[in-house]
Design a protein around this ligand. Structure first.
Ligand code: NCD
Length: 302
């Protein structure tokens, strides 16, 4: 087993499949009245969140607690980080407290890689800048597999602000490792070159929809945009928003995904987000099982 999960590229097909299979076993637990397993009793998991998060932070916390680990939640606000303490000094503090795993979200791409040099425990990337978010890709793959029965040969469209999306980047890496075909769709200004080498690219959403088993919508990340990448929100929505008429162009079995948080009415219409074909709430639930599997396996579970 690998020690750290910094990138989806850390995972070969065998390891990724082991995580998904273990997550399925963890999910069976969530249906029980007592949701706890003693697997990580006495181990310490630190959640180190330098960037805002709702789902991911709560999900990692729930996952660690269900495995009976001791959980320390650290957020940059209200800590010595606001006094200018460096990531390295924070890491040494965590090291002194004996963290077995550090889950980190940071606005700087590459922060988890640096951290792995400074702590002895396992490092899990919970989102670094515009770079990667490997556990999101795992929970997305898990959701696709449980809804559609397989990943190999699946046609997945990832739509919207790919440029700023760590979710898209990790998904392209993981899904192609697992045999799926990925098409990136969006305005040319929002499709980066580096990652598009591993996927198909299209600027025409309407043409891609009938050919897709999965349509994954991405949030337009205006907080990361210094320039204007499209003429207006209305124009973006008209060309790349998933509304009801577009949903009807998808094959009947096809599902709609979104990592959240959503801009309802921009990249996705509320009726689509709340439709039975949307897996958005399921993705959140699956996130806990997948993160349990990741923590369990990285910390030496068999
Ligand atoms: C994403 C993130 O933070 O990268 N959300 C998530 O983790 N569920 C996507 C986003 O912010 O749009």
């Amino acid at each position: 087993m690998i020690k750290h999960l910094r990138s989806a590229a850390d995972l070969d097909a065998e390891t990724a499949t082991l995580i998904l299979d273990t997550a399925a076993e963890m999910a069976a637990l969530s249906g029980r009245e007592v949701k706890k397993l003693p697997a990580l009793r006495g181990r310490t998991v630190v959640n180190l969140f330098y960037e805002d998060s709702t789902r991911t932070r709560i999900s990692f916390e729930a996952a660690a607690k269900r495995l009976s680990a001791d959980v320390i939640n650290f957020s940059a606000k209200g800590s010595s980080v606001s006094k200018g303490e460096s990531l390295k000094d924070t890491a040494l503090t965590l090291q002194a407290m004996g963290a077995d795993a550090v889950v980190i979200r940071h606005s700087a791409s590459g922060a988890p890689h640096r951290l792995a040099n400074w702590v002895e425990g396992s490092v899990v990337n919970a989102g670094d800048g515009t770079h990667e978010h490997p556990t999101q890709a795992l929970l997305d793959a898990y959701t696709m597999r449980s809804r559609l029965g397989r990943l190999d040969g699946l046609r997945v469209a990832i739509v919207g602000d790919v440029l700023h999306s760590r979710v898209a980047r990790s998904n392209v890496l993981l899904l192609t490792t697992l045999g799926a075909h990925v098409t990136l769709v969006g305005p040319p200004t929002l499709i980066p070159r580096d990652i598009s080498a591993k996927a198909q690219v299209s600027y025409d959403l309407d043409a891609v929809l009938p050919e897709s088993d999965v349509v994954m919508m991405l949030r337009v990340q205006t907080e990361r945009m210094q320039d204007s990448y499209f003429p207006s929100a209305r124009e973006y929505s008209r060309r790349y928003g998933l509304d009801v008429p577009r949903l009807q162009k998808m094959p009947e079995h096809a599902i709609v995904m979104h990592p959240g948080p959503m801009n309802r009415g921009m990249e996705i219409a509320p009726e689509v987000a709340d439709s039975p074909r949307s897996t958005i709430v399921e993705q959140v639930a699956n996130g806990v099982s997948v993160r349990m599997a990741v923590l369990y396996l990285l910390l030496g579970g068999k």
